[in-house]
Design a protein around this ligand. Structure first.
Ligand code: CA
Length: 216
């Protein structure tokens, strides 16, 4: 899953990006509203985390302009705990809302819910034969036994599972699972797919030659 975080406070922005990458997300960052809007229009992010008070273009305006073009899920961040802001945010097309300061665990939970909703998945648990993926707990079991996955392996599996029945192209995987900070060598999809097959069974992920990968 690829996220965009738009936040002008450098320490908070860096901290959020680091924490989210540790969760396995690909994270792009923008330090003002204009830069954020430009990025959000250019790439189909799975979620945009958008601060309200931003230089160059405020969060509300970024949201309004983004909504004219696409339905990317947006989680607004604000320092003000005012119900008027909350109503305004949801009216303006924000999908969720978090008041600063917030716990990272709360942000992670909201993001997981938005990503799930964005893919039309109502439940946090996905069953694939004897493999069970709990996207809320970020836990995978095979025949009831927990399987240890790296953060990257988990997000790859989760992305394919949330798009179950579709062929997901390599281009889409690169766009959604990797960000601008990723080094080329860590990006080898085939290695992650091969590791997932070793851990979960050869048939869990199908290769569609020339097209991409699919979970049936
Ligand atoms: Ca701010």
């Amino acid at each position: 899953m690829r996220l965009l975080v738009v936040e002008d406070e450098p320490d908070l922005l860096a901290g959020l990006a680091r924490a989210l990458r540790k969760q396995g997300y690909a994270v792009d960052t923008a330090a003002d509203g204009a830069e954020g809007l430009h990025a959000a229009l250019g790439i189909d992010y799975d979620v945009v985390v958008l601060d309200v008070m931003l230089p160059r273009m405020g969060g509300w305006e970024v949201l309004a302009r983004l909504r004219q073009a696409k339905a990317t899920p947006v989680l607004m961040l604000t320092a003000r705990d005012r119900s008027a802001d909350r109503v305004r945010g949801l009216d303006a097309g924000a999908d969720d809302y978090l008041v600063k300061p917030f716990d990272l665990s709360e942000l992670f939970a909201r993001l997981r819910a938005l990503i799930r909703r964005g893919s039309g998945q109502a439940h946090s648990v996905v069953n694939l034969g004897d493999v069970q993926i709990d996207t809320a707990a970020r836990r995978v079991t095979r025949a009831g036994v927990e399987v240890s996955l790296t953060a990257r392996e988990f997000v790859l599996l989760e992305y394919l599972a949330l798009h179950r029945g579709e062929v997901v192209t390599r281009t889409a995987l690169y766009e959604h699972l990797y960000d601008e900070s990723d080094a080329t060598l860590s990006n080898i999809l085939d290695v992650h797919v091969s590791n997932l097959r070793k851990k979960l069974g050869q048939d869990v992920i199908a290769t569609r030659r020339g097209h991409g990968y699919a979970i049936e």
